[in-house]
Write a protein that binds this ligand. Structure first.
Ligand SMILES: Nc1ncnc2c1ncn2[C@@H]1O[C@H](COP(=O)(O)OP(=O)(O)OP(=O)(O)O)[C@@H](O)[C@H]1O
Ligand SMILES: [Mg+2]
Length: 251
């Protein structure tokens, strides 16, 4: 794969929190890349540093050493909890227009779309995430969890990012709704050649969803591979343990 196909590259990234004797190193020499159109899964137990990797890529936590090279416009993020990630006081139309108002500040070359254009793009995006434009006038509190997560995904895609970081995007949803939201994400991935960092602790979901999976443990990526490689022939004990606890028997 050529260099230009690399959207983001982490090179020996370490992140610590706290100072002196309270210092805790959460990520220790993390290296991986995400290429155009690729879905990379990131798995590991709670507290292993998955969200910290997401935040480091987005510049929300400082990197202590190593480097993160972004080769694309700002990646967008979808969070686990669709209840707390939408402003309850605003309408869906307002929320989804917001990224279009903010984007030109970061990119002075880009023209800020006018109100009518923004509204039309929101209507279009609502359709793309499987909702109709009547949702524009509703507030988040009037929507189900699955509908809210569709709004979060749509909002994240308003600026047409090439890379989406999805941190446990379906973990807070009922199982049937999980499948619907995942299939929407798969559809958008194909349609837009959207690359994703898909963070999850559910190795079953990841098997079908991801092109490549990274296993994070103790601040390191201890193993990585295609789902077939990893699930059929896990090399590390920790990976075997994760597979076992997900109820995936070794083939
Ligand atoms: N801002 C912070 N200040 C101090 N410690 C932090 C901060 N953010 C994260 N940590 C610590 O870093 C470790 C990794 O946290 P992180 O949220 O990345 O884990 P995670 O793998 O996403 O877990 P989960 O699966 O529960 O979401 C945890 O021990 C956490 O307490
Ligand atoms: Mg997390």
């Amino acid at each position: 794969m050529s260099e230009t196909n690399t959207l983001v590259e982490l090179n020996n990234v370490s992140v610590s929190f706290g100072k002196n004797d309270k210092k805790k190193t959460v990520l220790n020499g993390i290296s991986f890349a995400i290429h155009r159109g690729e879905i990379v899964g990131l798995a590991g137990e709670s507290g292993s540093g998955k969200s910290t990797i997401a935040k480091a890529i987005l510049g929300m936590v400082p990197v202590e050493s190593g480097s993160i090279t972004l080769n694309t416009k700002a990646p967008q993020m979808v969070f686990q909890d669709p209840y707390s990630s939408l402003n309850p006081a605003k309408t869906i139309g307002w929320i989804m227009q917001e990224p279009l108002k903010l984007a030109p500040k970061r990119d002075p070359e880009a023209l800020r779309p006018d109100a009518a254009t923004r509204k039309a793009r929101v209507a279009e995006m609502l359709k793309e995430v499987g909702l109709d434009e009547s949702y524009m006038i509703h507030k988040p509190g009037e929507l189900s969890g699955g509908q809210r997560q569709r709004i979060c995904i749509g909002t994240a895609l308003m600026t047409e990012p090439e890379l989406l970081i999805a941190d446990e995007p379906v973990s807070a949803l009922d199982v049937t709704i999980q499948a619907q939201v995942l299939s929407l994400m798969q559809e958008l991935h194909k349609k837009k050649n959207l690359a994703m960092l898909f963070i999850s602790h559910d190795l079953r979901t990841m098997y079908h969803f991801c092109d490549r999976i990274l296993i994070l443990n103790g601040g390191h990526i201890i193993e990585e591979g295609t789902p077939d490689d990893l699930y059929r022939n896990p090399k590390e004990e920790y990976t075997k343990l994760l597979l076992k606890s997900a109820g995936i028997a070794k083939a």
